[in-house]
Each structure stands twice: as C-alpha cells, then as structure tokens.
Design a protein around this ligand. Structure first.
Ligand SMILES: Nc1ncnc2c1ncn2[C@@H]1O[C@H](COP(=O)(O)OP(=O)(O)OP(=O)(O)O)[C@@H](O)[C@H]1O
Ligand SMILES: [Mg+2]
Length: 317
C-alpha cells in the first residue's frame, strides 16, 4: 500500500503564551507557555494523524530544542525519520494580549543547514521512498540550503516513481516548479508569483492555471483561495469548491490541514473532485479552532458532507 512521507526542512517548536497588555520597558508576566511541534510538513503529518491516517515525518532537527521536538512528536505517536543537524531547531513565540485578544507572532530564522546534512536528507528519502508513495514537502527553506533543494527532492521522487506533492513559496517554489510535480498547492499570491503577475482577478484565474499546466510538468494544480475555497485544475477537469462559512478563530495551519485532507483522500482512493472537497473541508475545519490545533476530523467530515449536499461544484473541461 502507498505510504505518505512528509518532509519539513524548517521545523520549529511553537511556544504560545498570553499576557494582559503588551507595553514596552516593563516586565511582562506571561501565562504558562504551551509547546507545539510546527513547520509545514510536520503540520501535515499531525493533521493526517488527526484524520486517522499515518505518515512518516521526515525533518531536520538539532540541539536540545531538536530533542524536545522529537519528544513532542513521540507523544502524538507520529512516526519520525530525523535528519540530525549541528544547528539548534528554532523556537517561535506567539503572545496573545488578553486585553485586546490580538496575537503577536514572532518567527525566528531556522538554523543553517550544511551540505552534508541536506545531502543526508536526500539519501534518506531515496531509501524510504517506494513506487506509488506520496512525498509531501511543505514549508519555506532555511538559510544556506540551496534554493533548488525541492527540485532535487522532485528528482528523487521521480526516480523512485513516487508522487511529489509540494506546498512552498518564494524562490524555492519558482525553482521547484521547473521539475516534475504530481500535485502543487499554491495560494493565489504564490500562483501569481509563479505566473509573473502581481494580482489575479476571478476572470483571469482559470486561463492562468490552464496556461501554467501547459508549460509545466505538473499533473494536478490546486489553488487555495482562503475563504473562497479552492480551484482544482488538471488537463481534463476544472473543479471549484467554495469554502463553507464557519465561526472562524484562526487561519493558522489551514493550508497544511488542506494538504493533509487531500493526501488522505488520495490514499482512500477517492476521485479528484472529492479530494478537493475534502481538502477544503479540512482547511476550513482548521479555521474553527485557535492557534496550532489544525483540523479536527469530526468537523472536517461534517463540512465535507455539507459541501457534498450543497453540490456546489462547477465542473468544466
Ligand atoms: N477565512 C476562511 N474561511 C473558510 N475557510 C478558509 C478560510 N481561510 C482558509 N480557509 C480554508 O483553508 C484552505 C487553505 O487556505 P488558504 O488559501 O488561506 O491557504 P494558505 O494561504 O496556503 O494558508 P497558510 O497560511 O496555512 O499557508 C482554503 O482553501 C479554505 O478551505
Ligand atoms: Mg500556504
């Protein structure tokens, strides 16, 4: 049976706390912090687990914070393949000001990854991947790793006849888009960057995606549209799934929950139109909860049923 392997190049420990008022030059007494394992692929693995699936979570980790990251994932029973690095895994900080309910998020740069370390990750992937597996890479690249790293990953997936699913941004996305990708999940801004345009209107979206598929070795393109849902485009079909309106708490992790839902749907052997429906259901389910909690299966399943009942899918060729 096909397996899911996730790849996180720039993982983090997400530390969250709260304080009554953020003011300068004074000691701010924060509440007991909570700690979560974070980073694109790690979030996808956590969401897959919450949806009842399993994955092998591959990531770089180093130092005492790296050890703690392993412990956090162990506690969630997530299977891990750790690539050891000399640098220390980064820690991000999110502070909620309880007087305004505003959250301040401080993101740290990841540790530099040395050539011997990223080469070792590529070797590990080559050993782990089998024909038909899904390799899901999500997240930005940390310093010093070559910007074409995901392109190198794509070549390994191709060699092993595995299916490469990518969700990233910036130069890493531009470089990787030149290689073979089974499914790409940009948001609207990322698609704009890929197509060299600064904004995309509703009328321009479909022709742009068709044009993109014509010029790239990409089988499935899913453009996530935030509260407007998502558009799936392949050579043969175009499917738009609007997102249901929910009581929204936080959009953190919506993209990763969506990717997790789609890859689980593929594992269950569902057609692509159902895959994108379940992806939207999981992405929207993630927005119903605070912080780093990702999607809950019960919410995702209810939203999926609602989406199916509404049958709001517009399918065209
Ligand atoms: N405000 C919202 N209301 C309902 N659903 C939402 C909302 N924002 C996001 N979603 C759901 O999550 C999916 C992914 O969201 P989005 O398009 O914002 O991805 P993203 O920009 O890649 O997110 P991320 O910041 O997590 O990387 C959407 O397709 C939709 O299903
Ligand atoms: Mg995203």
């Amino acid at each position: 049976m096909a397996r899911i392997i996730t790849l996180t190049v720039n993982p983090a420990i997400d530390k969250s706390t709260a304080v009554a008022g953020i003011v300068p030059n004074t000691k701010l007494r924060c509440t007991e912090p909570t700690y979560d394992a974070g980073g694109g692929g790690i979030n996808v693995s956590r969401a897959i687990h919450k949806l009842g699936g399993t994955s092998l979570c591959t990531y770089f980790a180093g130092g005492p914070s790296g050890d703690y990251l392993k412990q956090l994932l162990n506690e969630q029973n997530i299977e891990q393949a750790v690539v050891s690095i000399a640098g220390w895994t980064r820690e991000n900080l999110a502070v909620t000001d309880t007087t305004t309910n505003q959250q301040y998020r401080f993101g740290m740069p990841g540790p530099p990854i040395r050539e011997i370390e990223w080469q070792s990750a590529l070797k590990q992937l080559e050993i782990q991947l089998n024909k038909g597996d899904y390799l899901v890479a999500s997240g930005k690249l940390p310093p010093q790793i070559p910007e074409d790293f995901y392109e190198k990953v794509s070549h390994i997936a191709e060699k092993k006849e595995a299916r490469f699913i990518l969700d990233t941004s910036g130069e890493a996305l531009m470089k990787a888009s030149k290689s073979k990708i089974y499914m790409l999940k940009p948001n609207l801004a990322e698609l704009g960057a890929l197509c060299g345009v600064s904004s995309i209107t509703d009328l321009e979206l479909k022709p742009l995606t068709k044009q993109f598929l014509k010029n790239h070795d990409c089988e499935i393109l899913v453009v996530s549209l935030g509260p407007k849902g998502a558009l799936l485009v392949t050579k043969n079909e175009t499917v738009h799934v609007p997102a249901p309106v929910v009581h929204q708490k936080s959009t953190i992790g919506a993209g990763d929950s969506m990717v997790a839902g789609m890859v689980m749907s593929l594992i269950w052997g569902k057609p692509l139109s159902d895959m994108v429906r379940y992806g939207v259901a999981c992405g929207t389910a993630a927005t119903m909860h605070h912080g780093t909690q990702l999607c809950i299966k019960e919410d995702a399943d209810k939203l999926y049923e609602w989406i199916k009942e509404q049958n709001p899918i517009l399918e065209t060729n």
